[in-house]
Design a protein around this ligand. Structure first.
Ligand code: PAF
Length: 279
């Protein structure tokens, strides 16, 4: 595995791949790699000649300083995981190098007026800055993202349209631990007791799925809110049912193609997100 620590090193590694006309699959990460990441690595490895991954805790996508500082970091472990998963090029840059050129301000209109965009001002502009740079530097043909960060995928698709970047975005299903908890680097920060409660997030969403034919979307929303309220350790930030493409809230069943419920909930000082498809 070639470990590139600067954009210059990455450029020269990519140049030699491109000379051989090989396809490149990219998995951008912020490290603290877990089984969810591994499921993305396996796909990127299988579907491309060359598999590139990046490990970079992007400071400008955190709107909360404490969250940035507490974000788990273990470079040696991450590099070992990448190597084990057949990564060809690992890009591990420093912020000074990534942001030699000042970040620009991205806007995503209605797409960012809901959920994470609403709760975390500036977050998606920060994500778009790092992801657009990674796309341009790696010249990847495909990039893989987990569907847990559902809104992020919609934002990235809009970003490549705005920036005219030619790349295929591959959304990948959520990877869950055996008890149903969606894998996340933040899970590491849960206490033992909280970790036992966390799977209830998925359980509540699954229960709501079973009601989808008998309840309206407003009733499903109330049902989910009530179920979260029953578990005193949870503080629900939002649960919202949206169109799976426009991400706009849905209240009635008319003409709905894809419908997805998105949740953000606090547990033990950790903010967890998850989704449930209804159609
Ligand atoms: O999903 C993440 O881990 C991050 O938002 C990403 C896409 C690696 C950008 O920093």
């Amino acid at each position: 595995m070639n470990i590139c620590r600067t954009v210059e090193e990455l450029n020269s590694a990519i140049e030699s791949v491109k000379l051989q006309h090989k396809t490149i699959g990219l998995v951008p990460t912020m490290g603290a790699l877990h089984d969810g990441h591994k499921s993305l690595f396996i796909r990127a490895r299988k579907e491309n000649d060359v598999f590139v991954s990046s490990v970079f805790v992007n400071p400008i996508q955190f709107n909360n300083k404490e969250d940035f500082e507490k974000y788990p970091r273990d470079e040696q472990k991450d590099l070992a995981v990448l190597e084990e998963c057949g990564c060809d090029i690992a890009f591990v840059p420093k912020a000074e190098d990534v942001y030699q050129q000042e970040p620009k301000e991205f806007h995503f209109g209605k797409l960012e007026e809901v959920m994470e965009g609403k709760q975390r001002p500036g977050h998606f502009s920060g994500v778009a800055n790092i992801v657009s740079r990674l796309f341009l530097w790696t010249k990847a043909d495909r990039a893989y993202f987990g569907e847990k960060d559902y809104q992020q995928i919609a934002i990235i698709k809009d970003m490549i349209r705005q920036e005219n970047i030619n790349i295929e975005i591959v959304p990948c299903p959520i990877y869950r631990d055996e008890d149903g908890l969606a894998t996340s680097s933040r899970n590491q920060r849960l206490s033992k007791e909280a970790r036992l409660i966390a799977p209830k997030i998925h359980q509540i969403l699954e229960k709501s799925f079973l009601q989808k034919d008998s309840l309206s979307f407003n009733q499903i929303t109330r049902f989910v809110e009530d179920e979260f309220a029953k578990v005193k350790e949870f503080q629900l930030e939002y649960f919202i049912i949206v169109d799976d493409t426009t991400l706009q809230p849905i209240h009635t069943r008319e003409n709905n193609q894809g419908v997805v419920g998105c949740v953000a909930v606090w547990l033990d000082g950790v903010r967890l997100i998850d989704i449930q498809r209804y159609y």
